[in-house]
Write a protein that binds this ligand. Structure first.
Ligand code: HEC
Length: 153
């Protein structure tokens, strides 16, 4: 009887650990659409609206910043699908950054959430805060507009 109980307990712990590692394997991975803004800040982030109307000039400006001074492309890749190193440097073996060219990802995020991440970074990842030290608010919105061009959207 005791042996059975112990076996059941072990099985329970085992499947819990398997589930946990499955969650770890996908969290932050390219196919993971869970918001990157922490839940308690999500409403605030989603209420931010791009004050600029997308235009060819702003796309060009965003591209210049993405590939130039902010060097987003080093981690996110020129096509937005992640660089050769996968971007994430720590912890070793972590999943590469989000694939910006994924239509499902594009649909899942508001402009405000992207801006919020640029301003505050993504805690626990290599995504650093960029505002106001590296880029201005206007630069950041131009980059958001540029991010929207990945995946042909
Ligand atoms: C040092 C590498 C690195 C650099 C440079 C970098 N990022 Fe990131 N970025 C990451 C990682 C790692 C994540 C976390 C991946 C995730 O959340 O799936 C991330 C997350 C993001 C997210 C949130 C993704 C989501 O799913 O909502 C956005 C938006 C983003 N980065 C945009 C940028 C932009 C724009 C720049 C340039 C201003 C930039 N990143 C520079 C590594 C980097």
């Amino acid at each position: 009887m005791q042996l059975i109980a112990r076996t059941i307990l072990l099985l329970g712990v085992g499947s819990g650990a398997a589930l946990f590692s499955a969650v770890l394997a996908t969290a932050g991975g390219p196919g993971d659409l869970t918001p990157r803004v922490p839940p308690e800040r999500l409403q605030e982030a989603q209420s931010l609206h791009n004050p600029f109307t997308p235009s060819a000039d702003l796309v060009a400006k965003g591209k210049k910043i993405y590939e130039g001074k902010a060097y987003c492309s080093a981690c996110h890749g020129l096509e937005g699908a992640g660089g050769s190193s996968g971007g994430r440097i720590s912890p070793p073996g972590s999943e590469p950054p989000t694939n910006f060219a994924d239509a499902a990802w594009q649909a899942a995020r508001t402009d405000g959430e992207l801006f919020w991440i640029l301003k505050h970074g993504s805690h626990g990842t290599d995504m650093a805060p960029y505002l106001p030290l590296y880029i201005s608010e206007e630069d950041a919105w131009a980059v958001v507009i540029y991010l929207r061009t990945f995946g042909g959207t």
